[in-house]
Design a protein around this ligand. Structure first.
Ligand SMILES: Cc1cc2nc3c(=O)[nH]c(=O)nc-3n(C[C@H](O)[C@H](O)[C@H](O)COP(=O)(O)OP(=O)(O)OC[C@H]3O[C@@H](n4cnc5c(N)ncnc54)[C@H](O)[C@@H]3O)c2cc1C
Length: 496
């Protein structure tokens, strides 16, 4: 690690180009990678002395600018990754915040425990997940990760360490979870894991002809299902708008797996190294590249939809937890198939009563503009009581758009139209996925009262305004961050 010296400028050897995960935005920042709480504190001190702000960064799996901090300090927590305490009888685990979801499941599964909530990839850190209050394909049943966090330690920019739980400092507990790193650095997180009796899930695929049918299936199944997720063909229009395939997965009950000791082993969970036993996975994104355009996606989606209609009917099969949960990790670097400009993901959350019309309108707008989403994923959610929540009692639709130099401005314009649909429908947005939202829309969905409450807590935890990110400056320009924003050049902002 770089030695921190008392100096008015930051060491230039720490300058790095840092990307948002979707590769459509980046910013140069001074990156530090401490491995202890004292090291984090030292970075805070250095930033204060040199008049810079600090952004925390986990594994950098947020699609946009949530973990970027142009011309300022980026505090990367990936080396801060020790498991601090584990009870294999109760499934309660305490970890440093740089522990990844991969580390966590591989550690706990052989004892029969699985993370209660996982994202679609296993590489994020637990600190990044808490900070965004991530949801899984089981959000409708068990809520976001915050609902399973028992306690955390947070280091405030003032240097004060705080323990927070539903009983202790509960206002900070409900605001820092989902607080996108703006109140302090999670230094340890205590999580209740989920008991599992097999390394397998029972999985069923259900082919549906349109969005109404997809929602009907979700509503019928959600009382009994453990996981539900829908893939939508974003290119299909007309009566088939929103057609796709739902996957329902359920835990095996005690005694259903004849050999749990075997299936709970890490080796049993591993994703295969080759596709069809031949192609090394690491090269697959290159083969995908010719299909990542309107015509290619139409061909692939049509083939996928009809193949599932033929093959999937009523079929239940078993899949390992890792294979079901981390489907996107099957193809390493798949984002590179989108080309140099990368991609953005536009995910919005809409109440159940308005979701069907809102999401059909979004798909139509995207198709009419000539930019159908190349991947579209549908999930069911429930409400939670975290201050900056993205969730609703309803549905989310996540749409992936390819970004090029030529289409960038048009996609941002399209996103603003999609925002209007969401706001009219009483919906919400998600900072982990966001690249395009405007400040006024952020305030509209969060509500002025919640924003003011959050900012009051921020002033209490971070009185000198040390913590900022590019996303914070973009979405909350009315705060102290707004004043500083003027100093930033055009290239630092996530604008087309
Ligand atoms: C392929 C893919 C699939 C995904 N699927 C899902 C999904 O199904 N559900 C879902 O909810 N999300 C999903 N995500 C988003 C991802 O889970 C979130 O963006 C998550 O926050 C990433 O964690 P990270 O460690 O990479 O954090 P980063 O992206 O590095 O940072 C995220 C935020 O956390 C803050 N932060 C990081 N560490 C700390 C800390 N120790 N203390 C305080 N703040 C901190 C950062 O400042 C930033 O604001 C997906 C992302 C990808 C790339």
């Amino acid at each position: 690690m770089t030695t921190l010296r008392d100096e008015s400028t930051l060491p230039f050897q720490n300058l790095e180009l840092v990307h948002g995960w979707g590769l459509s935005t980046d910013a140069v920042g001074y990156v530090f990678r401490p491995s202890t709480v004292e090291g984090i504190q030292e970075v805070f001190n250095l930033a204060q002395r040199t008049g810079r702000t600090v952004a925390f960064r986990g594994a950098g799996r947020s699609y946009g600018d949530a973990a970027l901090n142009a011309e300022n300090v980026v505090l990367d927590l990936t080396r801060f990754c020790r498991i601090l305490a584990w009870n294999p009888h109760t499934g309660v685990i305490t970890m440093e915040s740089g522990v990844t979801i991969q580390q966590l499941w591989q550690y706990a599964l052989p004892d029969g425990w699985w993370p209660p909530i996982v994202p679609g990839t296993m590489f994020p850190t637990i600190g990044g997940c808490a900070s965004m209050n991530i949801h899984g394909k089981n959000n409708f049943a068990v809520g976001p990760i915050g609902d399973h966090i028992l306690e955390f330690e947070i280091l405030l920019p003032t240097g004060e360490p705080l323990t927070c739980s539903r009983q202790l400092n509960s206002d900070i507990f409900f605001a820092a979870i989902g607080g996108f790193g703006m109140l302090g650095c999670f230094t340890s997180i205590t999580l209740q894991l989920k008991k599992v009796y097999s390394g397998h899930l029972n999985v069923e695929a259900i082919n549906v002809p349109n969005l109404d049918a997809m929602m009907q299936e979700f509503e019928q199944r959600m009382d009994d299902a453990d996981y539900l997720v829908g893939w939508i063909d974003g290119v299909a229009g007309g009566k088939g708008i929103g057609r796709g395939v739902i996957h329902e997965a359920n835990y095996l009950k005690p005694g259903n797996d004849p050999n749990p000791a075997q299936t709970l082993r890490i080796e049993h969970q591993q994703l295969p190294d080759t596709i069809f036993g031949l192609l090394p996975k690491s090269t697959l994104w290159r083969f995908m590249r010719p299909f990542v355009n309107n015509l290619g996606v139409r061909l692939v989606n049509t083939a996928k939809f009809y193949a599932s209609r033929l093959l999937d009917r009523g079929k239940i099969f078993q899949q390992s937890h890792a294979a079901f949960a981390f489907l996107l990790d099957y193809v390493p670097n798949w984002k590179r198939s989108y080309g140099r400009g990368g991609l953005i993901q536009y995910q919005s959350f809409v109440p159940e009563s308005t979701a069907a019309e809102a999401f059909k309108a979004q798909l139509r707008l995207a198709q009419k503009a000539g930019y159908p989403p190349y991947l579209a994923v549908f999930k069911r959610h429930r409400r939670d009581n975290f201050l900056m929540t993205h969730s609703v009692d309803g549905y989310s639709l996540a749409l992936d758009f390819k970004i090029t130099k030529r289409n960038r401005a048009a996609i941002w314009k399209l996103a603003a139209q999609l925002d209007e649909v969401v706001l009219k429908a009483g919906g919400r947005f998600y900072f982990a996925k966001d690249s395009t939202l405007h400040a006024a829309s952020a305030e509209q969905y969060l509500g002025r009262e919640a924003v003011e409450q959050f900012m009051a807590l921020k002033r209490r935890c971070d009185p000198n305004g040390l913590l900022e990110t590019n996303l914070y400056r973009r979405l909350f320009p009315e705060t102290e961050a707004g004043a500083k924003k003027e100093q930033f050049t055009q290239t630092n902002a996530v604008t087309p």
